[in-house]
Every structure is written in C-alpha cells, then in structure tokens.
Design a protein around this ligand. Structure first.
Ligand SMILES: CC(C)(COP(=O)(O)OP(=O)(O)OC[C@H]1O[C@@H](n2cnc3c(N)ncnc32)[C@H](O)[C@@H]1OP(=O)(O)O)[C@@H](O)C(=O)NCCC(=O)NCCS
Length: 193
C-alpha cells in the first residue's frame, strides 16, 4: 500500500446523500452503467445483516465495498451443482460489490476495504465467505484481490451475467456487449471460528 496517501475507511450513512450519489456513480461507471440503483446501496447501509463501506483519500471517495450475510444460495448453483446442500447449516457471508476509482486501482485499496468487510463478517460469526469475481478482461479485476486475501477458487462460469443482463440491462464496460457475455468466478474463504 502506498503510504503517500491518507486513507480512511468508513461506514456509509443514508443521510450523506452527496457521498451516496458519488458512490453510485463510481459503482456504475466501473462496473456497468445501470447495474446499481440507490436502493441497492441504501439497503446495504440500513440492513442489520449488511455493510456498506467507503474508502476516502484526503476526504475524497475512492472506493465502495459492501458485504452481507446470506441465506439464499440458488444464485451460486451455476458454479457448483450441490452448493445448496453443501452450505446447509453454515452461516454464510458475501462480499457483494467492490469498486475502486480508476486512478487508485492496483494500489491495495481493494484489499484494504475487503479485509474490513471480512472482519465484519467474521465478527458476525460467519464461518465462510463467498465472493463472485467479474472476469471483465479489464486490467484490474477482483480475482487478484480474492487470491491475495486467501480465498480459493470454486469454479468459473462463462457468460454468468447473461440471464440477469437480459432481465436488467446494463452497459458492460468489460465486454461492451448487451446482454453481457463476461465470465465470472466464485471464490470461497473458510473461517475457523
Ligand atoms: C477490482 C478492484 C475492485 C480491485 O481493487 P484494487 O484496489 O485495484 O486492487 P488491489 O490493488 O487491492 O489488489 C490487486 C492486486 O493485484 C495486483 N494487480 C492489480 N492489477 C494488476 C495487473 N494488471 N497485473 C498484475 N497485478 C495486478 C495489484 O498489484 C495488487 O497486488 P499487490 O498487493 O501485490 O500489489 C478494482 O481494480 C476495480 O474497481 N476494478 C473495476 C471494477 C471491478 O472489477 N470490480 C469488481 C467486481 S467483482
């Protein structure tokens, strides 16, 4: 991590409307215009079982990362046929979205904010954490972050986002195709409570 920067990681708050608007613009610009709406962000702030963090450099928002506890796993079946069975009885956390402002990518901020998300899930007694990496083909992707943080790969799936992109169209900055034809990889981290 570059020590020239003064980085602060803080929980986002519903009343910080200007920061939330900036967060939403950053999320959609880096991951796909039309992918996220304000309800997505506000619900991660307000739900007791979810978390929304912002990373600030000298007061400017440069990253947004969310986490949540999940009990519904059908979304993950394309990665692993028996996942519903396998996760029964586990308390499962998810690293559900992450983006870093373009000029700060590759400087360790994604890992920093992800460690904080993992700590929160551990403190909430999760015994495993899942994360889906968007294999965008862009120069900075989250698979590297998952690997660095000790996650292991479950599997990857071609055109993972296609079905949801037909239902909820967005402009993918990776494949530039509608519906999105990017692949995704499911990662898992096991916590020994
Ligand atoms: C993916 C993303 C969140 C990662 O955050 P980040 O702050 O850029 O990642 P980090 O710097 O913490 O970690 C990435 C690691 O991979 C390395 N890395 C990054 N880009 C690399 C590249 N092109 N080649 C080789 N290594 C690279 C970094 O050096 C770092 O390793 P290090 O700690 O040894 O230096 C961010 O780049 C981003 O917003 N990308 C666009 C949106 C996106 O893909 N979001 C994730 C959706 S699942």
């Amino acid at each position: 991590m570059n020590s020239d920067y003064n980085i602060e990681i803080k929980e986002l708050h519903s009343q910080d409307t200007k920061i939330l608007e900036e967060a939403l613009i950053l999320m959609n610009r880096t991951q796909g215009d039309g992918l996220f709406n304000m309800n997505y962000l506000v619900s991660r702030i307000e739900r007791q079982d979810a978390l929304a963090l912002g990373a600030f450099v000298d007061g400017d928002l440069v990253s947004v990362g969310c986490a949540e506890m999940i009990t519904e796993f059908s979304y993950y079946v394309p990665f692993e046929e028996n996942i519903l069975e396998r996760l029964k009885g586990h308390k499962v956390g998810s690293l559900c979205t992450l983006c870093v402002r373009e000029d700060f990518q590759g400087k360790g901020i994604g890992q920093l904010i992800s460690k904080r998300r993992m700590d929160w899930l551990k403190n909430n007694k999760c015994n495993l954490i899942l994360g889906i990496s968007w294999l965008s083909g862009l120069s900075h992707t989250s698979d590297r972050v998952f690997n660095k943080l000790g996650f292991h790969l479950i599997s990857d799936v071609d055109e993972f986002f296609k079905e949801s992109a037909i239902k909820y169209p967005f402009n993918c900055p990776g494949c530039h195709t509608q519906p999105c034809k990017c692949s995704a990889a499911l990662y898992q981290y096991d916590i020994n409570n």
